[in-house]
Design a protein. Structure first.
Length: 58
């Protein structure tokens, strides 16, 4: 393999790695968005639950 082929091979591998990392970043961002939504829902339910307990105690 000559130097030009080796450089093309290295460039191709680098581009593949960059593409994979971009996909992983997008997947992680989507997962964080989903987690944030679920956390907000859980916070809402906990707030309601605590208000019910407070009302029952008063």
């Amino acid at each position: 393999m000559n130097e030009s082929e080796e450089q093309n091979f290295a460039t191709d591998n680098l581009m593949k790695a960059i593409g994979k990392s971009e996909v992983l970043i997008e997947d992680h961002e989507d997962a964080l968005d989903d987690l944030s939504e679920k956390t907000e829902d859980l916070e809402g339910w906990i707030t309601i639950f605590l208000k019910v307990i407070k009302s029952a105690l008063l």
